[in-house]
Design a protein around this ligand. Sequence first.
Ligand code: NAD
Ligand code: TYD
Length: 349
Amino acid sequence: MRILVTGGAGFIGSNFVRWLHERGGSEYKAERVIVLDSLTYAGNLANLDGLDAHSSFRFVKGDIRDADLVQSLLKEERIDAVINFAAESHVDRSILDPLSFVRTNIEGTQVLLNVSQELEIPRFLQVSTDEVYGSLGPTGAFVEETPIDPSSAYSASKAAADMLVLAAWKTHGYAVSVTRCTNNYGPFQFPEKLIPLFITNAMADQPLPLYGDGKNVRSWLHVDDHSDAIMKVLTKGTAGEVYNIGGGEESEKQNVEVTQAILTILDKPSDLVKHVEDRLGHDRRYAVDYSKINKELGWAPSVPFEVGLQETVTWYLENQSWWQAIKSGEYMKFYEKNYAGKLDTAVGN
Ligand code: NAD
Ligand code: TYD
């Protein structure tokens, strides 16, 4: 199989490419993998270090909205499957700059879809998120039939993209799939998301800005489990279907619990935690029922959260130059904008 991976220099895309190369590739016969990534602030060629030594791998810098580029790449590389990871992915940034989310997540997905459909690329997989379903109360879990009800410009733009992708199936019979996964964690995650931000801040004895009461719940999935689920859906999933992917009940944690687990692993004091003003429109709880992918495709999560978190903290300890380069650059402008007012009025733990 010859696969185009968009957004492959970001967190999940780069882990996916490495996972394919090291583990899943032979099972799924991935003979060629092309990464197309425009290298936004979140894209980083260092995430793909070592892969360019392999003849089966190619990196192309470019935007998914560039139809001519996408078309020539799909033809030249005789691509059989497109997996669209490319996105603006951070909820806090979508509060500050929603338009960039519309441009990449909605317009970009439609451009990629148009060209893929026109060239009759056999499979198109849209990597989406459980956030399209909105927020849950204290019980229950999202199923594929749960009505979409997004809260942020991030999740609204992902929901719009899902609808456009599914419309290509309904209108033209184009063989698409949509996966909706819960929060991922693991190596190479940009240190603006909860887990890598708190690990790296704690390592530097910097405050951990916990939003609101810290009792919002997320279900956590190791990024390698996500990669495996994506390949199962791509190769064995039913066209035109949505598949939920999640970590199960034992992976559902309040943010305070995740924070404390990080502090314990790093042996840092809990007074680093600062309760700051809540995120606007903050979804209270996500939980995913993954029984459809489990029953139909035999997928289940394999990495327990405690084991995966320990390994992730170790990775950040061993790869300080990777995240220090990010944190000493352009990123700090966002950090200061997003947290300055909040940290000024923070309440101690
Ligand atoms: P990320 O922000 O780490 O990476 C996104 C990548 O897309 C970057 O390399 C960036 O350069 C690239 N990109 C952005 N705009 C582009 C464009 N117009 N053209 C080409 N490349 C572009 O994101 P991530 O956390 O790796 O998420 C990947 C995908 O998975 C996203 O679609 C996201 O919605 C989805 N997802 C993420 C999570 C999570 O917990 N991170 C959970 C479920 C689903
Ligand atoms: P995040 O990693 O941004 O993922 P998402 O918003 O897509 O779920 O946030 C995970 C949770 O952590 C979410 O409830 C918001 C919270 N959070 C904080 O409390 N402080 C922070 O600085 C960040 C980035 C997130």
